[in-house]
Design a protein around this ligand. Structure first.
Ligand code: SF4
Length: 335
């Protein structure tokens, strides 16, 4: 990443509520707050890791940022363009600049299409290359970039291993020359040995093509490898966001501390006690009052059960949402 930070993606107060309807008349009785007031910036050339358990809202967040689903509230600004204000005709151009690599490459690749067809399809849809020959050449070039042989062009997805299929998914995402790629758990379905190969490939491609990544994972050890900064999500909210090195050395939020204590450390100078998380993740349809983490937090105190902590700066490069680090006066001022 370059020294000068230029914002590429700005997310402000983003919410996604799914209505809960009940009864014969399907009356709305509440909302599942999948994403609830999330704000962050992703700078050009960086990788922002987004980590959380299943049900934390991280995938819904990724889909909103790519405009695959609409937000209930809030703003997304991409390259200074506000999603809420762009015309439908401009959405296609936006789709070209923003791509996604999915968790399950087999489900995301049409099994009836050859690899050549899969790689050329986005070029046809976006009218990027008009000649058949040009598209074929581009497909060969993409295969080479992701470390697959030319022979792969006429084969079908089922003829490849999971890791190779993910390489094809990455090649397809790259075909439109995007600036921004969201990886939605792109290595979660792969063996550990293959995971690092795919992560290394993504890092090499990031350097070569000046890509910016948002990398979603449920596992902090995966995002550690690839991220510059990491945001930790819990029940639809960001509870901590920090530069990677700071977060792994000095996590502040008790939830981050618990997640990190489960990651084996290769640094012998860092001694961590294992923090066991008790209880299940509460339902986003009925989140606990106050701090949503209070039902599982080893440091819970009275204030946590009534007052929701807000994300506040805790020194350079780190923000956390926890009453252990805020005074009531600071919280009132921030509101
Ligand atoms: Fe734990 Fe309270 Fe901090 Fe929430 S606000 S993480 S319950 S100490």
């Amino acid at each position: 990443m370059t020294d000068k930070k230029v914002p590429l993606v700005e997310v402000k107060g983003l919410k996604k509520y799914f209505p809960i309807n009940k009864g014969v008349l399907q009356r709305k009785v509440g909302d599942v707050k999948a994403v609830d007031d999330v704000s962050f910036t992703i700078y050009k050339g960086e990788t922002l890791g987004i980590v959380g358990e299943s049900g934390s809202g991280k995938s819904t967040l990724g889909r909103m940022v790519l405009k695959l689903i609409d937000a209930t509230e809030g703003e997304i600004i991409f390259n200074e363009q506000n999603f809420a204000k762009i015309k439908n005709s401009e959405v296609r151009k936006l789709r070209r600049d923003m791509q996604m690599v999915f968790q399950d490459p087999y489900a995301s690749l049409n099994p009836r299409m050859s690899i050549g067809e899969l790689l050329e399809e986005p070029l046809l849809v976006h009218k990027t290359i008009s000649s058949k020959e040009g598209r074929k050449e581009k497909a060969f070039e993409l295969l080479e970039k992701v470390g697959l042989p030319r022979e792969a062009y006429s084969k079908y997805p089922h003829e490849f291993s999971g890791g190779q299929r993910q390489r094809i998914g990455i090649a397809r995402a790259l075909s439109t020359n995007p600036e921004f790629i969201i990886g939605d758990e792109p290595v979660s379905a792969l063996d550990v040995s293959v995971q690092s190969q795919v992560l290394n490939l993504m890092q090499d491609l990031q350097k070569e093509f000046d890509l910016t990544y948002m990398f979603i994972a449920h596992d902090l050890s995966v995002v550690k490898h690839i991220s510059d900064r990491v945001a930790v999500m819990y029940l639809g909210r960001i509870v901590e966001i920090a530069d990677k090195d700071i977060l792994y050395k000095k996590p502040l939020h008790p939830y981050t501390q618990a997640l990190i204590s489960a990651v084996p450390s290769t640094d012998v100078t860092i001694k961590r006690e294992k923090v066991a998380l008790t209880g299940e993740l509460p339902s986003p349809a009925n989140p606990p009052k106050g701090c949503a983490f209070h039902t599982r937090c080893p440091h819970v105190h009275d204030r946590c059960k009534v007052e929701r902590p807000i994300l506040t700066q805790q020194g350079e490069g780190q923000m956390t949402a926890c009453h252990l680090y805020t005074t009531e006066a600071a919280a009132a001022k921030a509101e």
